[in-house]
Design a protein around this ligand. Structure first.
Ligand SMILES: Cc1cc2nc3c(=O)[nH]c(=O)nc-3n(C[C@H](O)[C@H](O)[C@H](O)COP(=O)(O)OP(=O)(O)OC[C@H]3O[C@@H](n4cnc5c(N)ncnc54)[C@H](O)[C@@H]3O)c2cc1C
Length: 421
């Protein structure tokens, strides 16, 4: 239960700012290890992002995560940074916790684990774990400022943090920043974590929206705007040679551009000004199929194409070119080859993203070179820790971001309690 305002500065072993996935999990783990923990959050409700995650069913982890190869599922200046934390707290650990709380779950595609019931079950579980650790929580409560002093009230000599908040001031030996990224500002996202990092001279990798729909402004998108609502499996790629990334997932046309899992995934790798390459019929040799149809069929080209891709897409593609609006047996080989090439290798350059309003996560954040990968503590600022999305570690769609929140919180809590391995 939230605590009323206090007149004098109270002392805590740990103050955690941010009662989201990472903050609550870290608080519970630290509290259960015997530390006196306070969590402060400026929002009315805890862990709003958990509540809306996974379409309301919280995709809480991913079984395919391989801590030995974090670069496979995590983006950032140094994806190897998360190896130690991910190895020490694995999806199996979180599954065991979920099961201990009697939460039923199921696996969807590509290792993604979801609750059978509402996401609120995960929030309730975290709050129960916090209660087990006697964690105190002030919420809603804004943090006005944070300061460090080299002396500590308990005389331990390691320094302390003064946290000035709407409910009064507190002093703590350790400060954990778990305020997440900038995505979904309407749910309380703020740049607090980056500001604290900069206050203490730590570098921040420029934040940017990730796992976000891409937009295509102006006339270039007009022919495709009518396809809004159409979803289909595609292969989507960006970059070239060493930087090339590709996904085979569903793509969704929207009024302003492209969305769906394929586009959200590629958005984390896409660089502004560069094109995307999309294959609308992955695994199908469209050129050979159209050439064969030309020999055997008198149907219109759009009808033949509709056997390979959704008919709305076939109509849109064929409708753009008068040379294609005829029976397939009357089509020029070159026109059919050109159509096949466009279906298999559509190159288009987004003009931007839908921004933080629609982004599931924020890429960039506190530079991992500033933090210990064992403890999440700032190497140049003793007692200051960063966990979860505020750090420059961004997971793929599919439960990887929550697993990073749990694992970084766990690594931090171990260190706070002095039992880091
Ligand atoms: C729509 C949506 C769906 C998602 N679905 C999934 C999914 O299914 N699986 C998955 O792995 N990931 C998913 N994510 C991503 C995932 O929610 C985040 O990566 C994760 O919540 C990050 O945890 P965190 O604790 O670092 O930050 P958050 O969960 O964002 O928590 C940050 C907390 O800090 C508080 N805060 C912020 N600023 C301040 C301040 N100035 N003072 C005090 N408190 C502050 C906020 O109120 C919030 O409670 C989804 C995200 C969105 C937006």
């Amino acid at each position: 239960m939230p605590t009323p305002a206090r007149a004098a500065a109270a002392f805590f072993d740990v103050v955690i700012v941010g009662a989201g996935a990472a903050g609550l999990f870290c608080a519970a783990q630290a509290g259960q290890r015997g530390l006196k923990v306070l969590v402060i959050d400026h929002s009315e409700r805890v862990a709003e992002k958990i509540r809306i995650s996974g379409g309301g069913r919280c995709n809480f982890t991913n079984r395919d995560l391989d801590p030995r190869a974090p670069q496979r599922h995590f983006v950032g200046d140094n994806p190897h940074f998360c190896r130690s934390a991910l190895a020490r707290y694995t999806p199996q650990h979180f599954i065991a916790l979920v099961e201990r709380h009697g939460i039923a779950w199921h696996e969807k595609h590509k290792g993604q684990l979801f609750c059978d019931g509402p996401s609120q079950q995960i929030i309730d579980m975290l709050l129960a774990e916090c209660a087990d650790g006697s964690v105190e929580r002030w919420q809603p409560c804004a943090v006005r400022s944070v300061a460090f002093s080299a002396s500590s009230p308990d005389g331990a000599g390691a320094g302390s943090y003064q946290i000035h908040s709407d409910r009064g001031s507190v002093v703590a030996r350790q400060l954990v920043i778990a305020t997440g990224g900038l995505s979904i500002p309407q749910l309380g996202a703020s740049d607090f974590g980056y500001r604290v990092a900069k206050q203490f001279g730590l570098r921040v990798v420029e934040p940017r929206p990730a796992l976000v729909p891409l937009t295509f402004g102006g006339d270039a998108w007009t022919p495709y705007a009518g396809l809004a609502g159409l979803a289909l499996p595609v292969e989507i790629a960006t970059g070239s040679k060493k930087t090339r990334m590709q996904f085979v997932e569903d793509l969704l046309f929207t009024h302003r551009g492209l969305s769906g899992p394929a586009v959200l995934q590629i958005s984390s790798y896409w660089q502004p000004g560069t094109p995307l390459a999309i294959d609308f019929a992955p695994g199908v040799d469209v050129g050979a199929a159209l050439a064969a149809a030309k020999r055997d069929s008198r149907k219109r080209i759009a009808n033949e194409l509709a056997a390979l891709v959704p008919s709305r897409l076939a109509d849109a593609w064929v409708g753009e070119d008068p040379a294609l609006q005829r029976p397939i047996n009357e089509a020029a080989d070159k026109a059919l080859a050109g159509l096949a090439e466009r279906i298999a290798h559509w190159e288009i350059t987004p003009d931007g993203t839908e921004g933080y309003r629609k982004a599931e996560v924020t890429a960039g954040g506190v530079d991992t070179r500033e933090l210990s990968s064992q403890t999440m503590e700032a190497t140049r600022q003793p007692g200051l820790h960063f966990i979860g999305e505020v750090v420059d570690v961004t997971g793929w769609l599919g439960g990887y971001n929550f697993q990073w929140a749990w694992a970084s919180a766990h690594a931090c809590a171990q260190a706070l309690a002095g039992d880091a391995s």
